[in-house]
Write a protein that binds this ligand. Sequence first.
Ligand code: 5AD
Ligand code: SF4
Length: 442
Amino acid sequence: MAEPKKLFIKTYGCQMNVYDSERMAEALGTQGYVMTDTAEAADMILLNTCHIREKASEKVYSELGRLKPLKDLNPDLKIGIAGCVAQAEGEEIMRRAPVVDLVVGPQSYHRLPAMEAQVRAGQKALDTEFPAEDKFEHLPRRPLPNRAPTAFLTVQEGCDKFCAFCVVPYTRGAEVSRPVDRILSEARDLAERGVREITLLGQNVNAYHGAAQDGAWTLARLIRDLARIDGLARIRFTTSHPNDMDDDLIAAHGDCDKLMPYLHLPVQSGSDRILKAMNRKHTAADYLRLIDRLRAARPDILLSGDFIVGFPGETDADFEATLDLVRAVGYGQAYSFKYSARPGTPAAERPGVAPDVADARLQQLQALLTEQQRATQAGMVGREVKVLFEKPGRMAGQMVGKSEYLHAVHVTSDAVAIGDIARVRILASGPNSLAGEVLGLV
Ligand code: 5AD
Ligand code: SF4
């Protein structure tokens, strides 16, 4: 029997790319590909790229430089670019980087098998259309032999919000929600194969409005239905826009046991002037009110966010307003970024903040967020949490999993296996994880 062809995928950026990489691997599986962990062993290398900030995009070009010599060693090796850089700059990459054989945009993954055949025949293949057909309908049903206990499930893609700094509406296109029945059947499949926690993904996931027989469903309604699936113990969703947190979704945090008490809700800035310039369409006070309502529904909810510093026009006073908002919310964890001008976005036309000022602000904000993260973790010591175990730890007898609040928790115990959920008392807090003792299985 001929050796199967080997596929290596390197994934950059967000969780949706992680999900997309799995689906691309499955699509190429139909062409006889199996996965390999090393680029050197591969017959096909796909870079699943991110365009969100300049640094993320640049990684593609440096990686292509590193991969080029592999083509001399293996003349049959094909190299493809997928993801948001493919969408935004695919044609240019094809022109400028002869090592690239294939460029596939995020909405065209279902065409990969045909494109693979084309490159094997010695041609180049490029597809960055937003095709009329739904790629999910044309991707193979998920084979998934034995799954890890956690999985991503894309329910919505694209964004109509047009924040002034963001490329997503251009690279991922307009908001599209997958139909309810497809999501439910994919979730049932995952649960049957041992998945206990599903994270629903979308660039603007809480704007979900998927078609069902009785009209369009909201994300809250979808979550309530997913919660009825046996075996599925936990549901999360990311990423959300504050303006799409409707009443039912807030209520679900209080009354849906399977919905985990953790919410990533980016605000980007605490200054109303900057929020307006960013086209966020909400104020800092709106956001704080929303946080109060979420905490009223679920007092222990842990909040996460995204922040941009150095957005064009940001003054010291604007930045202070961001620090004030962070102090008012008290984040369990958050991400902060230096503004990066992205070609084609409205903000890219405006003069930026001096780089050293932006650097200093980023440091100051990150210090505050790190302090809040440490304090939140330290506050878990002595508490009892429920941990879903995902993998063995580095030390013998150790197991690692995640609490409801998405904290990594280590235990030393032979009483728990991967996929188990156990009650755990937290004993200590390290820089990035917690340590605890198992009290019993749930
Ligand atoms: N510059 C810096 N950060 C950005 N983000 C999106 N676009 C940019 C940009 N041009 C950040 C936002 C968003 C997260 C995914 O990335 O904070 O929530
Ligand atoms: Fe980008 Fe999110 Fe704004 Fe959409 S809502 S434009 S994905 S930052």
